[in-house]
Design a protein around this ligand. Structure first.
Ligand code: DGL
Length: 272
């Protein structure tokens, strides 16, 4: 049974969900956060639907065992298949795609760009949800990036790796931003906010939408409404589990500004 003191779960295919953990910490500093990054199977965006569903169920089971009181599905790619595996979660789940579409609805954007994994792009979930929520939006242009999440995952802090990220960003985004001239761009993969400074440098003035902020806001509203907010006054703990490289995860967390980590521990991956 979960209660006020139970952790909030955050899951992603890799370190991308750290962008969501950052916002959750900012808005809900007293909450204990339990993070699961499936480093052994990244990139999810290049897997088929059945595999993504199976991997998501595996992570949901982990969260159920740890009795989280709410779950941030900080993976847009999993968010696309949630209707096929939501029965694996018994607590309220907040997903990145819905948050992204909700964030767009607060803007006056006629032409919206979305960058995401290839799977998320092919699902067309962002255009559908944005057009359903935002009557002022006439067009949604979507771009699927096969390599970007993986490049971000393994290259933060490495100048030559970051040069590859810049090159990849230009290849994927130039047309949408410079020719099609979108009014804003949704970062439809949680890895991308981790390189938002580089996107801003390449495309100054382009408003970027990070669904993480909206997710954290929705979570806070839920916890406050249900009387489930953690009453502790000391800062909450962040505990990280990964099926990938423990040392790399500890380093990446620091690099993206997630200080005071309780522990980073290995968890065996699902065998595909
Ligand atoms: N960070 C994940 C997302 O938001 C997926 C990256 C990947 O594993 O392809 O979609």
């Amino acid at each position: 049974m979960s209660d006020q003191h139970s952790p909030v779960g955050i899951l992603d295919s890799g370190i991308g969900g750290f962008s969501v953990a950052r916002q959750a910490r900012r808005l809900l500093p007293g909450e204990n956060l339990l993070y699961f990054g499936d480093g052994a199977h990244i990139p999810y965006g290049n897997h088929d639907q059945d595999t993504i569903v199976a991997l998501a169920r595996y992570m949901f089971r982990f969260m159920e065992e740890h009795e989280v009181k709410a779950l941030l599905v900080a993976c847009n790619t999993i968010s696309c298949v949630l209707d096929r595996c939501a029965d694996g979660v018994s607590c309220p789940a907040f997903n990145a795609v819905q948050a992204g579409a909700d964030a767009v609805s607060r803007l006056e954007a006629g032409k919206v760009g979305v960058i995401s994994t290839v799977f998320t792009h092919n699902s067309r979930i962002y255009p559908q949800k944005i057009l359903a929520r935002s009557p002022r939006t006439a067009v949604v242009l979507s771009c699927g990036c096969p390599d970007l999440a993986r490049l971000v995952e393994h290259n933060l802090g490495r100048p030559e790796g970051m040069a590859q990220v810049d090159e990849n960003l230009r290849r994927e985004l130039d047309r949408m931003v410079l020719e099609d001239k979108v009014d804003c761009c949704v970062l439809g993969c949680t890895h991308y906010p981790l390189v938002a400074d580089r996107i801003r440098r390449l495309y100054p003035g382009l408003p970027l939408i990070d669904p993480a902020e909206e997710m954290a806001r929705a979570l806070k509203a839920y916890l406050d409404r249900e009387g489930l907010a953690n009453p502790q006054t000391s800062p909450g703990k962040l505990t990280v589990y990964t099926t990938g490289d423990v040392a790399e995860y500890a380093l990446r967390a620091q690099q993206v500004g997630l200080e005071r980590i309780n522990k980073v521990e290995y968890y065996p991956p699902m065998i595909l």
